[in-house]
Design a protein around this ligand. Sequence first.
Ligand SMILES: Cc1ncc(COP(=O)(O)O)c(C=O)c1O
Length: 391
Amino acid sequence: MTGPPLLHRLPEQYFTRILGAVAAAQAEPGPRVIDLGRGNPDLPPPPHAVAALRDAAAELTIPMHGYPKFQGEPDLRAAIAGRYRADHGVVLDPDTEVAVVPGTKTGIMFATLATAGPGDVVLLPDPGYPDYHSAIALADADEVALPLEASAGHQPDFDAVPRADRERTRLLVLNYPSNPCAVCAAPGTLDAAVAFAHAHGCVVLNDLAYGFLAYDGRRAASVLESPGARDVAIELWSASKVYGMAGWRVGFAVGAAPVVARIKALVDHLTAGVFTGIQRGLLAALSGDQGHVEERRAVYLRRRDALVASLRAAGAEIDAPEGTFYAWWRPPEGLTPERLLREHRVAVAPGEGFGARGAGWVRLSFALAEEDLAEGGARLAAAVAETVASR
Ligand SMILES: Cc1ncc(COP(=O)(O)O)c(C=O)c1O
């Protein structure tokens, strides 16, 4: 990209590139491409949240349609604290430990700018969510990969971080349940991250964008549950997946008060808050009946099982995702994303876009209509069977 120096550092937006490749394939003759590459939640928001947003929008007042409170409505911050108490047993001060942000993507940017600058290291999960790189580019900090090896269940080994990098680390980023690895934090991972932060004077950021999506009796813990976390850890929470509000652009950052204060300062200067009507809608979702969250999880679980079963029936080896609405899969040798798209008309997210350790892997999403998922699963299964038979 051209422009001032920091923009030069911005990587190509990974998902924009994938969308372009899918659109190009779609324009060619052949059956409709089934897109398993995107993670766009397909289930609608809870009706009571939509009603709250609609009612708010109909209030023709300055408080509603004027500039919002930059720091978020006090009753929304109280409801966020209430959710954390109910879901994680963590007691937050709504005034000093909660910041409302316009989506986790922006939250990642704010948290990075709030903790790291030139000469500082940010440790990033590899494989990990691609937008972390963009935040580091704009903070002009240095990134160092934190390997998540499949052999270690995609959990980090903090002892393996080189000493020179540890000394410069200002921010350690984790994301459990993991996009793209689809695993939950193993017992001890979050505690070890907090201990690392204390030992090396850095901040831990856990991106809990998929916090409600853990399967088979697992629960996605908050990093703030770990001993000593309150001084060094923050967590990002997104309304996009849990409530199907990706287009609303709202979420929050909670945890260590000094970091939250810096994030709030960035909100004041850069985004000036979130539309009050959207805050009302989120308030209704957070404080209302959570039964729909359970229903949503059940839908994704059913889809997970169907996708995994169809691939296994074709002879593929694939781990059942522990969380998120993705599967992280190493297709048989020779079955590349390009071949899947060109010959089988099914799009997947190529693993190398998530980091060097993603090479040879692909991410499959099950956030799409069940007929499409069934068709996509069938095409993948046929591709696997063909590849295995041709050996
Ligand atoms: C790990 C992770 N973090 C953050 C985001 C962005 O979430 P939001 O919609 O709240 O910006 C995503 C979206 O896919 C994600 O997968």
